[in-house]
Design a protein around this ligand. Structure first.
Ligand code: PMT
Length: 399
């Protein structure tokens, strides 16, 4: 049983009907739920639906609520353990991003202290609206400030189009709410260093050697560790991702830059998770001018430092987690890496499997423990997997 106080904000979108199911699930979990509806939301679902499900009058008016108080927005901000806005329209997202407060919900959101009351926004809208740079910039801004965004799903939309923009399902939102509330800071006081993304090794001013890493796995780990209260240092190769809110972000390009950054932080960290796909080789020489076409081109590559091996050789108190991107004989290769790099845990992904490895939103992995034993996880989102990995790291360190 969750048994928490939840404010649910409902804005004007067809997905508002799904919020009734979310409220039902929350009440079943023993939560006290207070619904706040915008005027537009009431065109989709009647307030009576929510007052019946919550057993409380619905709030919708800044000045004339069920309780005659001039500070109802402040009361609403002080009361809950968590706020969820589902569905969150482009309008609400824009107002929250820019500090606009022209109704009860947007005003209450401004009064929330995110450090003590997490806010989850579940966007739902037409794909073109979602992809609009204005909406994307607003979401990125809110993420940086610490709002949790329940990324919308792809599928059939009410407008007749298909694409991204469907609100996540009530069960998924409940799982996110539970995870957010359970993140009671079990990593508080820990410093976690995560590396993510690819490295790039220049051949000439316009070309480089690299790989397909998108950074998703590493960014999900950084986000999960931060959500659980860790100080997170994220050293990342070039990606198109927005760094998760609250992490200390150090962008690098080459393996040698990553090496220097990681070695610099190593003495102050408790846990290192090396998700980055580091280029093992780099061109011996970087041409000063763009290399011109010829019949053939011979490149001489030289070894880059193995960052993780170096950490393994110098580790003191630190718990070292490596990733192994394999295509065959997974466990044999991973075991060799674990020994050679002196790791405590290695996460093995078969990067040839559908839904696993590079660029996907999901992963399928096995965990190989220093102390022996292998644990297999089914396909899951990289964020969900990150929380499982963090659970296992904690268990290993507790002994
Ligand atoms: O970024 P995504 O698109 O989400 O994809 C995720 C991922 C596939 C990149 C990730 O899940 C993954 O498998 N990362 C490790 C990729 C890799 O480089 O594996 P490896 O088997 O070559 O290296 C083993 C370990 O040594 C890794 O922890 C790596 O960071 C580290 N290493 C490797 C070479 C090197 N020169 N220095 C290192 O520190």
């Amino acid at each position: 049983m969750l048994d928490k106080k939840i404010v649910i904000g409902i804005t004007g979108g067809i997905a508002a009907y799904k919020s009734a199911e979310l409220v039902r699930l929350l009440v079943k979990e023993g939560c006290s739920v207070q619904a706040v509806m915008t005027t537009a939301a009431q065109s989709f679902v009647a307030p009576l639906t929510f007052s019946t499900l919550t057993g409380r009058p619905v709030y919708h008016n800044l000045f004339a609520g069920p309780i005659q108080s001039s500070t109802v927005h402040i009361d609403l901000a002080r009361w809950p353990d968590l706020v969820v806005v589902a569905p969150a329209t482009a309008n609400l997202i824009g107002k929250a991003a820019h500090g606009l407060a022209d109704d009860l919900l947007s005003t209450a959101l401004l009064a929330i202290r995110l450090e003590s009351c997490p806010v989850i926004l579940a966007p739902a809208m037409n794909t073109a609206m979602l992809c609009n740079p204005a909406v994307q910039d607003n979401l990125a801004l809110l993420r940086r400030r610490g709002f949790i965004i329940a990324d919308p799903l792809a599928g059939d939309l009410a407008c007749g189009e298909a694409g991204e923009g469907r609100m996540v399902e009530p069960e998924q939102l409940l799982a996110l709410i539970k995870r957010t509330l359970a993140a009671t800071g079990d990593y508080k006081g820990e410093t976690v260093l995560v590396t993510a993304g690819p490295t790039r090794e220049a051949l000439d001013p316009v070309r480089f050697l690299s790989n397909h890493s998108s950074g998703r796995m590493g960014y999900a780990l950084a986000r999960a560790a931060r959500e659980r209260g860790a100080r997170v240092i994220l050293v990342s190769g070039p990606t198109s991702l927005e760094p998760p809110a609250g992490v200390e972000f150090y962008p690098v390009t080459t393996a040698r830059e990553m090496f220097r950054a990681v070695m610099g932080f190593f003495p102050i960290v408790d846990i290192v998770i090396k998700t980055a796909a580091v280029a093992d080789f780099r061109p011996e020489l970087i041409a000063e001018q763009k290399i011109k076409k010829g019949e053939e081109l011979q490149l001489k590559l030289v070894r880059n430092p193995d960052i993780l091996e170096e950490l393994g050789a110098h580790k003191d108190k630190q718990f070292l987690v490596g990733f192994a991107a394999e295509t065959a004989d997974l466990l044999t290769h991973a075991r060799v890496k674990m020994e050679r790099k002196n790791l405590d845990l290695i996460v093995v992904n078969d990067v040839t499997r559908e839904g696993a490895g590079f660029e996907t939103e999901t992963n399928i992995v096995q965990l190989l423990y220093r102390a022996g034993g292998v644990e297999e996880f089914p396909l899951m989102s990289k964020l969900e997997l990150s929380h499982r990995i963090l659970d296992r790291i904690r268990a290993c360190r507790k002994g």
